[in-house]
Design a protein around this ligand. Structure first.
Ligand SMILES: [Zn+2]
Ligand SMILES: [Zn+2]
Length: 260
């Protein structure tokens, strides 16, 4: 049974609960470790990120809570970084390497807000070539291979977020497969850790975690290092579908690791 979660959001960014409420929930569930990882600041978008002026308070608050709760749970101060976000602040224990944005021809394309945004971007910026957007996305994910400090890679195939509730956009073409395999290989060869991320399940967007079973199978074959996280935006989602994620890891021969 998984007794950690290193991908969680609070009221400092777009979560519903305070850090204290998230910590109390993790303790109630018998977790040994909890990482809080609100969204890093980007220069071009503010809706769901930490406000730049709150960043110092965020780190200081979590560092204080880490000490206050030390005898009940190990708290880790994290941040969900974006490949296009501003430089990281001091005082973090770890950060997640995620890609929520692509930049193409001066336009910022949000990967996980609506499928329509992706469809419009493919039409306007990629001449209708869906695989070309996927190639850019996975190239950016793979760029974390060169980042010695990244804790783990967030929701590896996030771009498929809406492909269960809508007609799927990213089909398993040869180019699509080649794009994710190239990124997976670079990251595995660099020793990076991936997550099985159940976040879209608690938000009603998917019935299965990220990544797809085809990718999970590949991770299993290649001996990738994998953790399970819920990417929860509320305390009630703390261990959402962890049992399903664990069963999938087992099915594909994935040996789960721990971050700390
Ligand atoms: Zn994310
Ligand atoms: Zn997240």
């Amino acid at each position: 049974m998984i007794r950690y979660n290193y991908h969680t959001h609070t009221t400092f960014s777009d979560g519903k609960n305070t850090p204290e409420e998230m910590i109390e929930k993790a303790i109630e569930l018998g977790f040994e470790k909890l990482g809080i990882s609100d969204h890093a600041v980007t220069a071009f978008h503010r809706d769901w990120s930490i406000r730049e002026e709150k960043l110092t308070d965020y780190v200081a608050t979590l560092q204080r809570l880490k000490k206050e709760y030390a005898d009940r749970i190990q708290l880790f101060v994290g941040l969900e970084q974006d490949a296009l976000a501003l430089p990281l602040p001091e005082g973090l224990d770890y950060y997640i390497g995620s890609v929520h944005w692509l930049e193409k021809g001066g336009r910022y394309i949000e990967i996980d807000h609506t499928q329509q945004i992706l469809r419009d971007a493919i039409r306007d910026c990629y001449n209708g070539d869906t695989d070309a957007l996927a190639e850019d996305y996975f190239d950016l994910v793979a760029s974390y291979a060169d980042d010695p400090k990244v804790g783990f890679i967030g929701h590896f195939d996030l771009l498929t977020k809406f492909d269960e509730i809508n007609p799927p956009l990213f089909l398993p073409t040869d180019r699509y497969r080649a794009a994710w395999k190239k990124a997976a290989d670079r990251l595995i060869d660099a020793g990076k850790i991936f997550e099985i991320n159940t976040g879209a399940i608690s938000r009603g967007k998917r019935t299965t975690p990220y990544p797809s079973e085809e990718i999970l199978q590949y991770w299993g074959e290649r001996g990738a290092k994998v953790i399970i996280c819920s990417d929860c935006h509320s305390a009630e989602g703390m261990n959402c579908a962890f049992d399903r994620a664990e069963a999938l890891a087992k099915k594909h021969g994935i040996t789960l690791v721990d971050l700390f």
